[in-house]
Ligand binder design. Structure first.
Ligand SMILES: [Fe+2]
Ligand SMILES: [Fe+2]
Length: 158
């Protein structure tokens, strides 16, 4: 039995990009990552069964999240959009490659996959997602409840 408690990620305000819908999605991504860590028990057949059960849902959630960010970046004419989207696309492709490896029946370690997911998500939030936040801050007004209101993106508050 592996002990992965030290691998778990706890949400902290330093991860916040200041946009509620995106922060909520990042929290959910970290929760999905923690669920994966909690199923790293060192038994390959159990790990495979769990991965098979949740991976489609996890990838779908990642795609929804990326689409949300990309929509807001386009609406606010963020200059870094193309590079940011390329990072998203490359990540999805890499995960799909790993799923194919898994499906081919090759040796599979849930811990290695989950560590990769965690590192990518945390680094991407800290570096790339923070970049669009800097852009949003310049064009948005902060509402009383703390949300950003971006007039350029229409009437929606993010
Ligand atoms: Fe993100
Ligand atoms: Fe992103």
């Amino acid at each position: 039995m592996l002990n992965t408690s030290s691998e778990l990620v706890k949400w902290s305000s330093t991860f916040s990009v200041g946009v509620k819908i995106i922060d909520d999605q990042h929290k959910e991504l970290l929760a999905l990552t923690n669920d994966l860590f909690n199923h790293c028990i060192g038994d390959e057949s159990s790990e495979r069964a769990y991965f098979k059960k949740v991976i489609d849902k996890t990838v779908d959630y990642v795609k929804v999240h990326f689409a949300t960010e990309e929509k807001i970046m386009i609406a606010t004419e963020f200059k870094g959009y193309r590079n940011h989207k390329m990072e998203h696309d490359a990540f999805v492709l890499h995960v799909i490659e790993q799923i194919k490896t898994f499906e081919s029946g090759k040796h599979f370690t849930l811990l290695a996959f989950t560590r990769y997911l965690k590192e990518w998500v945390l680094t991407h939030i800290a570096v790339s997602d923070k970049q669009y936040f800097e852009h949003f801050k310049q064009i948005a007004a902060r509402k009383a409840d703390g949300r950003l209101s971006i007039a350029k993106a229409g009437t929606k508050d993010f």
